[in-house]
Design a protein around this ligand. Structure first.
Ligand code: BGC
Length: 401
């Protein structure tokens, strides 16, 4: 049975800071100052030749500085031509707050126009835009005022969301307000792995509450602008492979708590699924270049878990770092098959976005992990479509039969 309706969304996702290049935000400053330490840490690990033979590699400073990235800011039309040639009918991207409001309260019309062009370019190619409003980066001024810990944070973020959604009220229907709020807050405030590099449980909890409020406030503001907007979140979820006694507890706090707190302000639930979370971590026999276990069955479990919310679900990210493109085609095939099984069992899934359209800047790890359907040569910025992208295209074509 073909579970896919004609208007099922198949595409890929990207985020502004990871591909655009030329950004100036809270990350850009931190990237330079933290690069040396990251290289020292990378020297302690054993790297395979196929990673070290690439440019940039984990032992080079360029790896950790986003710089011009993929120059997607200037090449988006070419990149969307590729997406269309691969059969995509939807695309997820984020608007960069630091470009649009480089100084507090001063909105840059030229940058708003840029994103208008981006949306237009997608529509001209028959591709539905899914717009993320917050994908982990902040204007430098917002960070200096204390970021999400500051009293005014809500006012600033809501004002930005209102402005952008107002500008695109007739062009964009699907909005994702926050990308992986818990994972980001954990890394940035509890584990000190992302800026502002804090390790405080008190701050983490405060930021968690702030992000719940940010979603609720922004969602209300967006619905005031257009009640037909479809509002979602992209939440990172792991299949929890824990003993039965602990499993419900871990699953609730890791996967479901944030969703439960904002569910009244969600039209759809976005799931970012990469890997399971095991009680006893072992070296997986099937893993990505980053050592992440490949476990498609987890997709099926997660989707079944989410059925109780009775909301449409979109897979907003699912992907693998695989520089040699040896595992990606099977990864996509098997995860889509698991998704399809859940759909056959009554889960209402409306779309699937592979992460990512392009190789990109993988945050604190830098450029070496290669997630793209399209390979980027970071010296020439040449794009090369990987064979697995055509396998994904075949699945998309078959789904329309
Ligand atoms: C994030 C992406 C990231 C990807 C792979 C997600 O956590 O939303 O920005 O590149 O996973 O790590």
């Amino acid at each position: 049975m073909n579970t896919f309706s004609k208007n099922f969304f198949f595409g890929a996702a990207i985020s502004s800071h990871q591909v655009e290049g030329g950004n100036f935000n809270d990350w850009t400053e931190w990237e330079r100052t933290s690069a040396k330490l990251k290289i020292e840490n990378a020297k302690l690990l054993k790297w395979p030749d196929y990673i070290l033979n690439n440019y940039p590699n984990p032992l080079q400073e360029e790896n950790y500085v986003s710089g011009k990235a993929c120059d997607h800011y200037h090449r988006f039309r070419d990149d969307f031509d590729i997406a269309r040639s691969l059969g995509h009918n939807a695309h997820r991207f984020s608007v960069e707050w630091s470009r649009i409001e480089p100084e507090e309260g001063k909105f840059n019309e030229k940058e708003i126009e840029h994103y208008r062009e981006v949306v237009r370019a997608l529509r001209e190619r028959g591709i539905e835009p899914f717009v993320t409003l917050w994908h982990w980066t902040h204007p430098a001024w917002f960070a200096k005022r204390g970021g999400w810990l500051a009293k005014d944070a809500q006012i600033y973020f809501s004002r930005f969301c209102k402005r952008i959604s107002g500008e695109f009220k007739d062009e964009v229907r699907y909005w994702i307000i926050l990308n992986e709020p818990i994972l980001w807050a954990t890394d940035a405030y509890r584990l000190g792995k992302k800026p502002p590099v804090s390790q405080s449980i008190r701050k983490f909890l405060k930021v968690y509450v702030q992000l719940v409020r940010a979603h609720r406030n922004a969602a209300a503001a967006l619905k005031d602008i257009n009640k037909d907007f479809q509002i979602g979140i992209a939440e990172s979820m792991n299949d929890i492979l824990f003993p039965a006694l602990l499993k419900p507890f871990v699953r609730y706090f890791r996967n479901l708590l944030f969703i439960s707190l904002v569910k009244n302000r969600l039209d759809f639930i976005g799931v970012n699924y990469y890997r399971p979370f095991r009680f006893q971590s072992q070296k997986p026999s099937h893993a990505s270049d980053m050592g992440w276990e490949i476990y498609p069955e987890g997709m099926h479990h997660l989707l079944k878990d989410l059925k109780k919310y009775r909301k449409p679900i979109v897979i907003t990210e699912n992907g693998i770092a695989d520089a040699r493109d040896a595992k990606r085609a099977d990864f996509i095939k098997n995860h889509i098959a698991a998704m399809r099984r859940a759909m056959n069992e009554g889960v209402d899934v409306r779309g699937y976005f592979y992460w990512s359209l392009l190789d990109n800047f993988e945050w604190n790890k830098g450029f070496w992990p290669r997630f793209g359907l399209v390979e980027i040569d970071y010296q020439t910025l040449e794009r090369r479509i990987r064979p697995s992208a055509y396998e994904y295209k075949k699945i998309i074509e078959e789904s329309k039969l």
